[in-house]
Design a protein around this ligand. Structure first.
Ligand SMILES: C[S@@+](CC[C@H](N)C(=O)[O-])C[C@H]1O[C@@H](n2cnc3c(N)ncnc32)[C@H](O)[C@@H]1O
Length: 241
């Protein structure tokens, strides 16, 4: 079964998730001891998708979070470059599109909000993707990212890295249709930047009001940001007659 490496070659990443798509949702829940449900609900609250809004759920996988965001009446689109993952979630009935986060097939300023759950860690170039996402979000629109992160408290960080991450990897390997993928997932979690570093990358990509919220002792964090509104047109200067 294919697995990606930390160079995150997009073809290898997509092939790995194609191989992991069967039973992905179950493996994910087992691996996170069921905490994924709570993290998704909190992400939905942070996103606060309203009726009439257009929301892009990027790296949406099987659309499990997309369906949750759509419950409030917003139009939510699941986008992912693994056809296998999208196909596994087709029973959810959410609109889906095959798309690469670094080359989105959407016009500028198309969405009120964009969100990514447990996907950004797999992008080959985090900042380039954040710039591309800003392009398709309307001025003043929102970005919400839910991702594995770094527990700020040293002893918890030690236990998490030393024991929990290994236990999660083993559980994922036992339940997944692509056990090799779970070794990559653990490696990519360990190598992923901490909350502050990700916030700085988000800001460097042109987003403002960047903030984050730690969940489950910081094992996961939600980052939230806004696309700057359009600067008001300058007042026409009146020339004295
Ligand atoms: C760990 S899964 C998360 C899926 C889903 N968001 C969830 O919360 O369960 C990561 C997903 O990111 C997708 N992905 C990774 N890199 C991508 C990219 N550059 N463009 C689009 N999707 C990508 C993978 O295909 C995979 O479905």
């Amino acid at each position: 079964m294919p697995r990606a490496n930390l160079d995150k070659d997009p073809h290898e990443v997509a092939a790995m998730f194609d191989g992991a798509a069967g039973g992905y949702d179950r493996a994910n829940s087992v691996m996170t001891f069921g905490f994924d449900r709570r993290w998704r609900t909190t992400t939905a609250h942070a996103l606060d998708a309203r009726p009439g809004e257009k929301v892009l759920d990027l790296a949406a996988g099987t659309g499990v979070s997309t369906a949750e965001y759509a419950r409030g009446g917003a139009w939510c689109l699941a986008a992912d470059f693994s056809i296998g993952m999208l196909t596994s979630g087709k029973h959810r009935g959410v609109p889906m599109v095959a798309a690469d986060a670094l080359h989105l097939p959407f016009a500028d300023d198309s969405f009120d909000a964009a969100t990514i759950s447990f996907g950004i860690r797999n992008f080959v170039d985090t900042k380039a993707a954040l710039v591309e996402i800003a392009r398709v979000v309307k001025p003043g629109g929102r970005l919400v990212i839910c991702e594995a992160s770094t527990p700020p408290f040293g002893p918890i960080r030690f236990v998490y890295r030393r024991f929990l991450l290994r236990a999660m990897t083993l559980l994922g390997r036992f339940t997944s249709s692509n056990p090799e993928a779970y070794s990559y997932l653990a490696e990519s979690m360990a190598a992923w930047p901490d909350q502050r570093t990700l916030a700085e990358t988000i800001a460097a990509a042109g987003w403002t009001n960047v903030e984050w919220l730690n969940l489950t002792f910081g094992v996961v964090a939600i980052h939230r940001a806004k696309k700057p509104p359009v600067a008001p047109a300058p007042h026409p200067t009146t020339t004295p007659q």
